[in-house]
Design a protein around this ligand. Structure first.
Ligand code: HEC
Ligand code: HEC
Ligand code: HEC
Ligand code: HEC
Ligand code: HEC
Ligand code: HEC
Ligand code: HEC
Ligand code: HEC
Ligand code: HEC
Ligand code: HEC
Length: 254
C-alpha cells in the first residue's frame, strides 16, 4: 500500500488518457478504423486488398482512392464511406429505397443528386403572339372545353394515358423549340433556372429525367469501379497487377 501515493498520478494519467481516447473515439462519429487488409468477396473469387501496404508502404494519398471529399458542394468529412454505398452491384429498386441510409449525413446526397431545376420560364402573353392560335398548345374542346392550366390534368407522374406535366410541357414546347432539346442536358437551361444545390432541401429528381443514359454509364457499378480504380492506377504507375493475365494475382480463391 506504500506505493499508492506514487502510483496515483500514474493511475490518474492513465484514467485521463483512457477518458480522452473514449471521447476522441466518440467524437469521430462515423469514422471507421483504417483497415490493415480488406477481404472483398465476389463472383470472380475473393480479393485480399492490402490496405496498409498501399497506404503506408506505397505512400499513396487517401484521396487517390477515397474520392468522396473533394467534390464541389460537399462539406469536407473526416469519414470514409464504403465504395458500395455509392457503387452498388446494380442500381435496382432495392438500391433506390435503401441507399439513403448509407451516408454519414445529407451533404453526400448532392454528390450524385447534383442538379435540380426550377419550373420552366414561360411568358404566356408573348406566346399568344408567337402562335397561330390557342390550340397550338391547348387541347381542343374534346379535352379542354376552355383553355386552362395543364397541371389541372397533367400531374407530376404519368398515369394511364395521361402523361406527366414534364412530358406534356416538353412535347408541346418542342413543336417550336426543337433546337433547345437537341442540345441535350446543356440545352435545358434555356427554359429552366438551375437551383443552388448547396442549400437545397427538396426532393430529388431521378437521373434519367434529365440524362438520356443508363445510370451505370453515369455512375460505375461496384465491379467496374473497383477494376477501374485498382487496375487504372497499376497501369498508370507501371506497378501492381493489371491486364488479362493478372486476374489471379488479385482473385486468389473461388
Ligand atoms: C489504394 C487505394 C486506397 C488508399 C490509398 C486508401 N484506401 Fe482506404 N480503402 C480502400 C478500399 C478499396 C477500401 C475498402 C472499401 C470497401 O470495402 O468498400 C478501403 C477502406 C477504408 C476504410 C474502411 C471503410 C469502412 O467503412 O469499412 C477506412 C476507414 C479507410 N479506407 C481509410 C483510409 C485512409 C484514412 C486512407 C489514407 C491514410 C486510405 N484509406 C487510403 C482503398 C484505399
Ligand atoms: C460518396 C459516394 C462515392 C463513394 C463513397 C465512392 N464513389 Fe466512386 N464515384 C462516385 C460518383 C458520383 C462517381 C461518378 C462521377 C464522378 O466521377 O465524380 C464515381 C466514379 C468512380 C470511378 C470512375 C472515375 C472515372 O474516372 O471515370 C471510379 C473508378 C470509382 N468511382 C471508384 C470508387 C472506389 C474504388 C471507391 C471506394 C474506395 C469509391 N469510388 C467510392 C461516388 C462515390
Ligand atoms: C422549351 C422549354 C423547355 C426546355 C428546353 C426544357 N424544359 Fe423541362 N419543362 C418545361 C415545362 C413547360 C415543364 C412543365 C411545367 C413546369 O414544371 O414548369 C417542364 C418540366 C420539367 C421537369 C419537371 C419539374 C417538376 O417539378 O416536376 C423536369 C425535371 C424537367 N422539365 C427537366 C428538363 C430537362 C432535363 C431538360 C433538358 C433536356 C428540359 N427540362 C428542357 C419546359 C422546358
Ligand atoms: C405556346 C403555348 C400556348 C399558347 C399558344 C397558349 N397557351 Fe395558354 N397556357 C399554356 C401553358 C403552358 C399554360 C400553363 C401555364 C401555367 O400554368 O403557368 C397555359 C395556361 C393558360 C390558362 C390558365 C392560366 C391560369 O393561370 O389559370 C389560360 C386561361 C390560357 N392558357 C388561355 C389561353 C388562350 C385563351 C390562348 C389563346 C389566345 C392561349 N392560352 C395560348 C400554353 C399556351
Ligand atoms: C382537361 C384535362 C387536360 C388539360 C387541362 C390538358 N391536358 Fe393534355 N392531355 C389530356 C388527356 C386526357 C390526354 C390524353 C388523350 C390524348 O392523347 O388525346 C392529354 C394528352 C396530352 C399530350 C400528348 C398527346 C398530344 O396531344 O400530343 C400532350 C403533349 C399534352 N396533353 C399537353 C398538354 C399541355 C401542354 C396542356 C396545357 C397547355 C395540356 N395538355 C392540358 C388532358 C388534359
Ligand atoms: C408556336 C410556337 C411556340 C411554342 C409552342 C412555344 N414557343 Fe416559346 N417561343 C416561340 C417564339 C417564336 C419565341 C421567340 C423567338 C425565340 O426566341 O425563339 C419563343 C421564345 C421562348 C423563350 C425565350 C427564349 C430565349 O431565348 O430567351 C422561352 C423561355 C420559351 N419560348 C419557352 C417556351 C415554353 C416553356 C414553351 C412550352 C410551354 C414554349 N416556349 C412553346 C415559339 C413557341
Ligand atoms: C452514389 C450516388 C448517390 C448518392 C450519394 C445518393 N443517391 Fe439517391 N439516387 C441515386 C441513384 C442512382 C438513384 C436511382 C436512379 C434513378 O435516378 O432513377 C437515386 C434515387 C433516389 C431517390 C428516388 C428518386 C426518384 O424519384 O426516383 C431519392 C428520393 C434519393 N435518391 C434520395 C437520396 C438521398 C436523400 C441521398 C443522401 C442521403 C441520396 N439519394 C444519395 C444515386 C445516389
Ligand atoms: C435536373 C437535371 C439533372 C438531374 C436530375 C441529374 N443531372 Fe447529371 N447533369 C445535369 C447537367 C445539366 C449536367 C451538365 C451537362 C453539361 O454541362 O453538358 C450533368 C452532368 C452529369 C455528369 C457529368 C457527365 C455528363 O454526362 O456530362 C454526371 C456523371 C451526372 N450528371 C450524373 C448524374 C446522376 C448519377 C444523376 C442522378 C443521381 C444525375 N446526374 C441527375 C443535369 C442533371
Ligand atoms: C493509387 C494507386 C493504386 C491503387 C488505386 C491500387 N493500387 Fe494496388 N498497387 C499499387 C502499387 C504502386 C503497387 C506496387 C507496389 C510494388 O510493386 O512495389 C500495388 C500492388 C498491388 C498488389 C501486389 C502487391 C500487394 O501489395 O499485394 C496487389 C495484389 C494490389 N496492388 C491490389 C490492389 C487492389 C485490389 C486495388 C483496388 C482495391 C488496388 N491495388 C488499388 C498502387 C495502387
Ligand atoms: C487489381 C486487382 C484486380 C485484378 C487484376 C482483377 N480484378 Fe476482378 N475484381 C477486383 C475487385 C477488387 C473486385 C470487386 C470486389 C467486390 O465487389 O467486393 C473484382 C470483381 C470481379 C468480379 C466480380 C463480379 C461480381 O459481380 O461479383 C469478376 C467476375 C472479376 N472481378 C473478374 C476479373 C477478371 C476476369 C480479371 C482479369 C481479366 C480480373 N477480375 C482482374 C480486383 C481485381
Amino acid at each position: 500500500m506504500r506505493s499508492k501515493p506514487k502510483a496515483l498520478p500514474v493511475i490518474i494519467a492513465a484514467v485521463l488518457l483512457l477518458a480522452g481516447s473514449i471521447v476522441g473515439y466518440v467524437q469521430t462519429g462515423n469514422t471507421s478504423k483504417i483497415p490493415v487488409r480488406v477481404l472483398l468477396k465476389n463472383k470472380g473469387g475473393n480479393v485480399i486488398f492490402s490496405h496498409l501496404a498501399h497506404q503506408r508502404d506505397y505512400q499513396l494519398e487517401c484521396s487517390q482512392c477515397h474520392h468522396d471529399k473533394k467534390v464541389d458542394g460537399v462539406v469536407s468529412q473526416g469519414d470514409t464511406v464504403k465504395c458500395e454505398s455509392c457503387h452498388p452491384a446494380s442500381f435496382d429498386e432495392q438500391y433506390v429505397s435503401t441507399h439513403m441510409n448509407a451516408f454519414p449525413d445529407a451533404s453526400y446526397c448532392t454528390r450524385c443528386h447534383h442538379q435540380e431545376y426550377q419550373g420552366a420560364k414561360f411568358d404566356h402573353d408573348a406566346h399568344q403572339d408567337y402562335a397561330n392560335d390557342c390550340y397550338d398548345c391547348h387541347h381542343d374542346e374534346s379535352i379542354e372545353p376552355e383553355p386552362q392550366k395543364c397541371s389541372n390534368c397533367h400531374k407530376k407522374e404519368s398515369s394511364g394515358e395521361l402523361i406527366s406535366m414534364r412530358l406534356a410541357g416538353h412535347e408541346k414546347c418542342k413543336t417550336c423549340h426543337e433546337d433547345m432539346f437537341d442540345a441535350g442536358v446543356s440545352g435545358c437551361q434555356s427554359c429552366h433556372t438551375p437551383v443552388d444545390m448547396t442549400t437545397y432541401k427538396g426532393d430529388y429528381t431521378a437521373c434519367n429525367k434529365c440524362h438520356n443514359a443508363e445510370i451505370k454509364d453515369l455512375l460505375p457499378t461496384r465491379t467496374d469501379a473497383f477494376h477501374k480504380e485498382c487496375m487504372g492506377c497499376h497501369e498508370e504507375m507501371g506497378a501492381g497487377p493489371s491486364g488479362p493475365k493478372d486476374c489471379n494475382r488479385c482473385h486468389i480463391s473461388k
